[in-house]
Design a protein around this ligand. Structure first.
Ligand code: XLS
Ligand code: MG
Ligand code: MG
Length: 397
């Protein structure tokens, strides 16, 4: 890291709304075909490490920190108190809480299973997460439904399943209104997160757009409290343009929270650190968010490499992810004030010389260089990405 240079100080890192998930730092390298490779690590250590790095916000699933059997018990209250203490001692804030509705076998048929008992349990879990969120001072609650879907066809009735899933979200919102009023706090922002593949063969809400349709379906009793937590890679996984996904969420007023990472199109959820695969696209994504005044969290939902040591997790994986994000964010700022980009944008929007707008051939001739300017802008963005706009040169021959 010292040899790489260019690190930002913890003070600088803390100026950004960057959050570190408990589960990302505690990831032990396990997967379907992979055994765990790292020892377990608790929230005290992770919160301390995040503080040292300058990651100012911490996020967690309920069961990342509270054993399933202790949820809703006195033991939960003790753990939550210990988390509050750790956060306060390290100057961190909890920005988001989320309910694990995918790991335990009780969720085999999803949080909206046919069995009414499972659905009641799902409501208990999301209500309990709302309680934890208010206790920890969070502003956001995230819902990635996990196995909401099926492996074999025809047994699940999709409309019933979606209705039942909405009942769980409604239960969380109702509890939130009650607890927020009691505590004199604002209600949480409830954020739905989609993923197209894994852990189910067929997923009922596979994309952020599907989530938007779900929010607007009439099934939610408080649609105004519910928005999106898109994850960059989850949208890429189904072949989407993440920037266009975010644009649709922005237009709907539903971009509440953003999980940041990287990976490949039409592959599984590889959760690579932000900017390591698609840095140019990432810069462009941040141009869009900056220009629309997005001020929500950037949640580092990635996985440090499998066999990286605990040292590597905190000395290389997290700080490099944070620093790439900051660099890309600042580059996006440069794009927004770049004179070439400004001039090209103005030229595009001015259009060509005036012609009869019913004459397709005349319009084509007048706007002949439109795509030339698009390509010029793409070239300029590449130059900004590699620093050529600041005079970095490569002399050949
Ligand atoms: C899994 C999701 C998960 C959510 C929170 O693929 O990204 O980590 O962000 O449950
Ligand atoms: Mg995520
Ligand atoms: Mg992911």
């Amino acid at each position: 890291m010292k040899a790489c240079g260019g690190s930002y100080s913890p003070e600088t890192r803390r100026k950004y709304f960057i959050s570190g998930p408990q589960w990302a730092a505690a990831y032990q390298g396990q997967a379907l075909f992979h055994a765990p490779t790292r020892p377990a690590i608790g929230f005290e250590q992770i919160i301390r490490k995040f503080a040292e790095l300058g990651i100012g916000y911490w996020t967690t699933h309920d069961t990342d920190v509270i054993p399933t059997e202790a949820l809703g018990t006195g033991r939960q209250a003790e753990i939550v108190a210990a988390i509050r203490k750790a956060l306060a001692e390290n100057g961190l804030q909890c920005s988001m809480v989320t309910t694990e509705t995918f790991y335990h076998a009780v969720w085999a048929a999803s949080p909206a299973a046919e069995a009414p008992g499972v659905r009641e349990y799902a409501k208990f879990r999301v209500r309990n997460t709302v309680d934890i969120g208010h206790e920890l001072g969070a502003g956001f609650a995230v819902y990635w439904p996990g196995s909401l879907g099926y492996y074999v066809q025809g047994a699940i009735e999709e409309t019933d399943t979606l209705r039942w899933y909405a009942e769980a979200i409604n239960a969380a919102c109702d509890r939130d209104i009650e607890v927020a009023a009691r505590k004199g706090r604002p209600t949480l922002k409830h954020c739905l997160e989609a993923k197209p593949f894994e852990p189910q063969a067929e997923i009922l809400l596979p994309s952020s757009d599907a989530m938007l349709a779900f929010i607007a379906s009439g099934l939610l009793t408080h649609p105004e409290m519910v928005g999106l937590n898109p994850e960059y890679l989850h949208e890429l996984m189904w072949g989407a343009a993440p920037r266009a996904v975010l644009a649709r969420a922005l237009l709907a007023g539903k971009l509440f929270h953003f999980d940041i990472n990287d990976g490949y199109r039409l592959k599984h959820d590889v959760d690579i650190g932000v900017g390591l695969v698609n840095p140019l696209d990432w810069m462009n994504v941040l141009v869009l968010l900056r220009s629309h005044g997005y001020r929500g969290p950037f949640n580092l939902d990635f996985k440090p490499p499998r066999t990286t040591s605990q040292f590597g997790v905190f000395e290389v994986s997290f700080p490099t992810a944070v620093d790439r994000f900051i660099t890309l964010w600042e580059m996006a700022g440069e794009v927004l004030t770049d004179p070439v980009m400004e001039e090209a944008t103005a030229a595009l929007r001015a259009g060509g010389p005036p012609v009869d707008v019913r004459d397709a051939d005349a319009l084509t001739a007048a706007t002949r260089e439109l795509l030339t300017l698009h390509e010029l802008m793409a070239h300029r963005l590449f130059q900004i990405l590699v620093g050529q706009h600041r005079g970095r040169v490569y002399s050949i021959g």
